[in-house]
Design a protein around this ligand. Structure first.
Ligand code: ACO
Length: 162
């Protein structure tokens, strides 16, 4: 029996073109509010991760002020999660922020998003703030995760070298 050689996968991270439809199914994995997703897309810049021509990941960068950029939305297609792609996306977002010349990069997630909190800290983010009741105030539907209500936003930051 002949064994098929495994083809190396080609992964590319690139900006979403104005003519392209944003990958909503991915963006809504990270944030269930379509209104907020659309707001971030309008105000920020969307980056896609493609593997062999298929979109498998996304992140949106939004300028908060001339010194600070935020990763507003980051997601990897469910079947591809847990393989190191999310970490590569976070690292690429940090690299882009540094290249543009921002001094800080921030990210916010829920108190119940334990895996995300682990990922961001493993990428160098430190917790800087808690916005109490952010999710209970801004989202109509209760968000349950890891057996907990998602109430508070944990904000994390990296002070960049530039
Ligand atoms: N404890 C310790 N470490 C953990 C834990 C945990 N509970 N969970 C994850 N990790 C670590 C992993 O070990 C790994 O680090 P390592 O490489 O050092 O071992 C890292 O966190 C996870 O890495 P990836 O495999 O790269 O993550 P993945 O490709 O699954 O992407 C993501 C992560 C983007 C959060 C993905 O799971 C996803 O799309 N989830 C749904 C959408 C979502 O929740 N997005 C974030 C919302 S917040 C926001 O958008 C700002």
């Amino acid at each position: 029996m002949q064994i098929e050689p495994v083809q190396p996968k080609h992964m590319e991270i690139r900006r979403l073109e104005n003519t392209e439809t944003p990958p909503y199914e991915l963006l809504l994995l990270a944030d269930p509010s379509l209104v907020l997703v659309d707001k971030y897309l309008k105000e920020g810049e969307c980056f896609l991760c493609e593997m062999d021509g298929e979109i498998i990941g996304v992140f949106v960068l939004l300028m908060l002020n001339p010194e600070t950029v935020e990763i507003k939305n980051i997601a990897v297609r469910e079947a591809m999660q847990g393989k190191g792609i999310g970490k590569q996306l976070v690292k690429e977002a940090i690299r882009i922020a540094e290249e543009i010349g921002y001094r800080k990069i921030e990210i916010g997630t829920g108190n119940s998003s334990l895996n995300q909190l682990a990922l961001y800290q493993k990428c160098g983010f430190r917790i800087v703030e808690i916005i109490h009741d952010f999710f209970t105030f801004h989202y109509k539907e209760e968000i349950l995760e890891n057996g907990m209500v998602c109430r508070d936003m944990i904000r994390l930051r990296i002070e960049l070298a530039s």
